[in-house]
Write a protein that binds this ligand. Structure first.
Ligand SMILES: [Zn+2]
Length: 357
């Protein structure tokens, strides 16, 4: 009987973190011998037995760069977030570095948009300029670039569009070439990691091949592997000026109802050569962060999106929530679920809070 029970526990625990396994196997007795509160008595004791930790080294700060100089345009729905010109970008990135945030994720807002997203892969494009400048001024900072077309397309979609009188279709395969070209131009400018966010099928392979052919075999790809068509992106569209002019993104981004499909998306991106996989949004998708990390064991990133940030900022501004406490708790939850990398608009503040204790 004991053997059967042990086997059942072993089966149950296969592939899960060891902490779960132990909790059920070695319990000697119940209360009053066991008192979980013993380990919660002092801050030092609680820290000693904490299973999950937050550290500045896990943070990535998204930044929005636009042409010009001395530009610092606030994003209304995201207090503390700005569209900045390259000179101001350096200031933001320097501030992040001061608090030990190791990486930024760049989004570009071009001068001009068109139907081929030419600003996305132009050598003199805004992201390419920003990457060169960042790598010159702050060589140790990891520069990750968002690879997509929506900010550069006049229609605001992430791919090439074919329209007839009644319908508009986002074309998959013709988009791949432009995405690969964009990723290559970022790598040539000096990007440390490229991060495709478009959700076209086969983009990771297309980008990997293009990078490899041009000598960038060591440039990692962080794929937005399971990116959901989420209402939590609302404030971002203003920040990146990338709202679609017609239709929505549900023919390429994922249905929030689907978890098994998310695992398949992650599997495909890994097969195509993704080095890091991302779940986006984060807080409403903790189940997927957990499953992706448990299933594949690859470096896993969680993107705490604009809506998550704005909700906490807004409620805190009203005095309804403690901003610092909820931000830290939500990031800790992402770590607990299995995220290795946390992408958050609050990265600099969080890093400062962590240092201040
Ligand atoms: Zn896009």
């Amino acid at each position: 009987m004991i053997e059967v029970e042990k086997r059942r526990i072993d089966d149950d625990c296969r592939g899960r973190p060891p902490s779960l396994l132990c909790a059920r196997m070695i319990v000697p007795a119940g209360f009053p011998t066991l008192r979980p509160r013993r380990l919660r008595q002092t801050p030092a004791l609680r820290r000693l037995v904490a299973e999950t930790r937050l550290s500045a080294e896990q943070l990535v700060l998204p930044l929005f760069v636009r042409p010009g100089s001395k530009v610092r345009r606030p994003v209304a729905a995201m207090p503390g977030v700005f569209q900045v010109s390259p000179d101001e970008l350096i200031k933001e990135a320097t501030r992040a570095c001061t608090w030990n945030v190791p990486a930024v994720l760049l989004f570009g807002i071009p001068h001009r948009k068109d139907a081929r997203a030419s600003g996305a892969y132009a050598q003199s494009g805004i992201v390419q300029q920003a990457v060169r400048l960042l790598k010159k001024e702050l060589p140790d900072l990891l520069v990750i670039t968002d690879v997509c077309l929506c900010e550069y397309m006049d229609h605001g979609h992430c791919g090439v569009v074919r329209r007839d009188k009644k319908t508009a279709r986002i074309l998959n395969d013709p988009t791949l070439k432009l995405l690969a070209q964009t990723a290559l131009s970022h790598a040539e400018a000096g990007a440390d990691i490229v991060a495709p966010s478009d959700m076209m099928d086969g983009r990771v392979r297309a980008i990997r091949e293009r990078l490899d052919k041009n000598g960038f075999v060591d440039t990692p790809i962080m794929s937005y592997a399971a990116k959901f068509a989420s209402a939590f992106y609302g404030p971002f569209r203003e920040a990146a000026e990338s709202a679609p002019q017609f239709g929505d993104r549900r023919s390429y981004q994922m249905d929030p109802a689907n978890a098994s499909e998310a695992l398949r998306e992650v599997m495909l991106d890994l097969q195509e050569g993704a080095d890091i996989v991302m779940i986006k949004p984060a807080l409403a998708y903790l189940d997927l962060i957990y499953r992706v990390k448990a299933e594949f064991g690859y470096p896993t990133a969680a993107y705490a999106v604009s809506g998550e940030y704005s909700m906490m900022k807004a409620a805190s501004a009203k005095g309804w929530l403690d901003e610092r406490a909820v931000m830290l708790e939500s990031l800790l939850a992402m770590r607990r679920a299995g995220a290795d990398i946390l992408i958050t608009y609050a990265a600099t503040d969080v890093a400062r809070w962590l240092k201040e204790g």
